[in-house]
Design a protein around this ligand. Structure first.
Ligand SMILES: [Cu+2]
Length: 387
């Protein structure tokens, strides 16, 4: 008995399959969307090294070299915990419920949420300033913004409403509107998605050292599926390499009052102890969540921010990647560089992933990523019928 209903029952099965293929091939690309994000700037007591006093890279206690940056002593060192301000995503305009961060984004750490879009979309970010006393703003790289959504104050000839985005005062809300035209998305030689930074730009250096930074991922039209997942890519990781200079933080005074009240802020050794060589706000192997499986298509978005010490060379042990059509295991980053590189790991294990600048290795700019063997998945599938 035929399983086909009229009027297709006269067609042979190959013709039907071909017809379906043609229909799908010419299906209109996914429609442009309005994507709205609710993001608050708020204070957090951030821990650069939750494992303290254990060094997870070596399975021992931290030594004197690491303690330069990590050891607080209630007198003249702040230690591994600092008050910072960062971007937190909320579920809606009430700003009452933070949006839970899934395990796939656990590694973002201190960073704000991923703001995602496709070419043709419009992105609205409703920003609420939940800090006590710091003006904040949102400035996106790469996207198309008018003067009322640039998030930066300077003598640009604008007045009135076009200035409202420049400083969002504590307790206030402002909505930024960013367009995603072709020129904000991947160019012909790019992969299917690219990364940009967003950050507060009231006092750019102080704001970013305080922690007000996050990623934007823009994909080609039609590359996001109905669930908002990037087609053909199994996992995405975003990592920001930055020496957070806590001496330049807007919260230095608060940190000193609470953790190191008896030190001159100009003391050179104190200042050095406050330069946190971090990957997503973690040092010395504390960055969690970089887990993938052998054979998966893994996309790494690599970012840097900071000053002249922020020339970083991320290096992956154990596997290689492609960057702009070249094979690499080390990438070059300068402040505010955005790079997208792809890996198909073929080598299971726990592997080092660190900045290759010697001074930065010593100061803690290191992590580990895990590649699970493909065989586990095959075995699990055989057992349960699903992965
Ligand atoms: Cu580095």
């Amino acid at each position: 008995m035929s399983t086909f209903d009229p009027p297709f029952r006269f067609l042979p099965r190959p013709a039907l399959l071909l017809g379906a293929f043609i229909l799908l091939s010419f299906a209109p690309p996914s429609r442009a969307e309005l994507r709205t994000y609710y993001i608050a700037a708020e204070e957090v007591l951030w821990d650069y090294a939750p494992s303290y006093p254990v060094d997870p890279m070596h399975g021992t206690e931290f030594g004197d070299k690491e303690k330069v940056f990590l050891e607080g002593n209630e007198k003249d060192r702040i230690g591994h915990r600092y008050y910072k301000t960062h971007f937190v995503e909320y579920t809606d305009a009430a700003f009452a419920t933070p949006k839970p961060r899934g395990p796939e984004w656990l590694h973002l750490g201190l960073l704000g949420p991923v703001i995602r879009g496709s070419v043709g979309d419009t992105i609205k970010v409703v920003l609420k300033n939940k800090t006590d006393n710091l003006p904040v703003s949102l400035h996106p790289h790469g996207l198309f913004y008018r003067k009322n959504s640039e998030g930066t104050h300077y003598n640009d000839g604008t007045l009135g409403a076009d200035k409202a985005d420049d400083h969002v005062a504590p307790g206030q809300i402002y909505t930024y509107t960013w367009e995603v035209p072709e020129r904000a998305g991947p160019a012909p030689e790019d992969q299917s998605s690219i990364v940009w930074l967003y950050h507060s730009h009231v006092d750019e250096t102080a704001d970013t050292n305080t922690g007000l930074v996050g990623p934007i991922i823009i994909s080609r039209k039609g590359e996001l599926d109905a669930k908002g997942k990037l087609r053909g890519i199994d996992r995405e990781f975003v990592v920001l390499f930055s020496v957070f200079d806590e001496n330049k933080s807007l919260l230095l005074e608060k940190n000193m009052e609470e953790f190191a009240p008896r030190i001159d802020p100009d003391d050179a050794e104190f200042q050095e102890s406050n330069r946190m060589h971090a990957m997503n706000g973690y040092v010395y192997g504390n960055l969690p969540g970089l887990t993938m499986r052998e054979g998966e298509k893994v996309r790494w978005y690599q970012l840097a921010l900071g000053t002249e010490v922020d020339l970083h060379t991320p290096h992956w042990h154990g596997n290689t990647l492609t960057s702009d059509g070249h094979r690499i295991d080390v990438l070059n980053l300068l402040p505010a560089t955005h790079a997208t590189v792809d890996m198909t790991p073929d080598n299971p294990g726990v592997w080092m992933y660190h900045c290759h600048v010697n001074d930065h290795i010593e100061a803690g700019m290191m992590a580990a990523y895990t590649v699970l063997p493909k065989s586990d998945k095959v075995a699990a599938k055989g057992k349960t019928g699903k992965q």
